[in-house]
Design a protein around this ligand. Structure first.
Ligand SMILES: NC(=O)c1ccc[n+]([C@@H]2O[C@H](COP(=O)([O-])OP(=O)(O)OC[C@H]3O[C@@H](n4cnc5c(N)ncnc54)[C@H](OP(=O)(O)O)[C@@H]3O)[C@@H](O)[C@H]2O)c1
Length: 269
């Protein structure tokens, strides 16, 4: 039996990770969410498997994460094999650059803080809360879902000025993974950040014509970066490919502390 802890499973990639992993009765999957009742109902209606446990935990709240770890520990005899920090904030400020954001410096500052709180610090709290269980697990894998947008090389190749706070928070997440690896690699723990590619999860929640135009401008930049880019890929394909890399990657194989695309090669898109 392998145990998996995944944050942000209410929708998108997180929900798909739960769906795919729960297909095997040799997995037990713990999904951390902000609205337990709603996600339990969705999981029951759309997946309906008994090896899934939905737990209330906002990843910005270390106490809720500690309680989640306690719950998991009681179900798994104190051990966890895999932790995946998938929950993330990606606000509509992703559509613009610092020039637009500079019109309201306070809002800019708050936007950076909000992204860091969820995308970086939330993952750090998650890893700290579950590390005692990971150290007792067999697989010992700690994964952060990152993004190619965090890579200066991708940014500079096509002058991708958008997604400022989001990209900075994920670059900091990649460094957090390196720091966790520096602490725990010798104890056999693989800590690794993975970009899932561009995925059609609707995470940007485009509502207006203006937002649609800004999104098209960003996709134009993606195409400049990667001329073969045809638009966001399917959620199930991306989740499958991320999980394949999670299964393959090992400390001895040279994956400790690094950030990689799910395809293990660039471009990310
Ligand atoms: N989609 C892409 O193209 C793409 C590309 C590169 C990287 N990624 C990364 O892949 C991961 C999944 O992306 P996605 O597109 O599936 O995202 P998504 O559809 O926007 O879902 C985000 C998830 O994070 C949860 N979340 C947000 N803040 C939280 C908090 N404070 N505590 C707990 N959960 C919280 C959301 O829960 P609620 O329902 O409660 O809001 C939701 O379940 C993210 O890390 C993202 O950065 C995505």
């Amino acid at each position: 039996m392998s145990s998996w802890v995944i944050t942000g499973v209410s929708r998108g990639l997180g929900f798909e990770f739960v769906r795919q992993l729960s297909e095997s009765s040799s997995n037990i999957v713990f999904g951390l969410v902000r609205n337990k009742a709603a996600v339990e109902a969705k999981v029951a209606a759309e997946i309906g498997r008994e090896n899934i446990h939905i737990i209330q935990a906002d990843t910005t709240d270390p106490m809720e994460l500690e309680k989640a770890a306690q719950y998991v520990s009681e179900k798994t005899n104190g051990a966890v094999d895999y932790v995946i920090a998938n929950a993330a904030l990606q606000s509509k400020t992703a559509l613009v650059g610092f020039d637009t954001m500079s019109r309201d410096p306070k809002a800019l500052e708050q936007d950076v803080i909000d992204h860091l709180r969820v995308n970086t610090i939330g993952a750090v709290h998650l890893f700290n809360a579950f590390m005692p269980l990971i150290l007792k697990g067999r697989a010992k894998k700690v994964i952060a879902i990152s993004t190619g947008m965090s890579d200066p090389e991708m940014t500079l190749k096509a002058d991708i000025y958008q997604a400022t706070s989001y990209a900075m928070s994920k670059a900091a997440l990649n460094m957090a993974i390196a720091k966790f690896s520096a602490l725990y690699r010798e104890k056999g723990v693989l800590c690794m950040a993975i970009c899932p590619g561009a995925v059609d999860t609707g995470s940007l929640n485009i509502e207006t014509e203006g937002e649609g135009q800004l999104a098209m401008a960003m996709f134009g930049k993606f195409k400049e970066y990667s001329p073969t880019f045809q638009g966001p890929g399917k959620t199930d394909d991306s989740a499958r490919s991320v999980l394949a890399l999670v299964n393959k990657a090992t400390v001895d194989g040279g994956y400790a502390g690094i950030f990689l695309s799910h395809t293990e090669s660039k471009p990310y898109l």
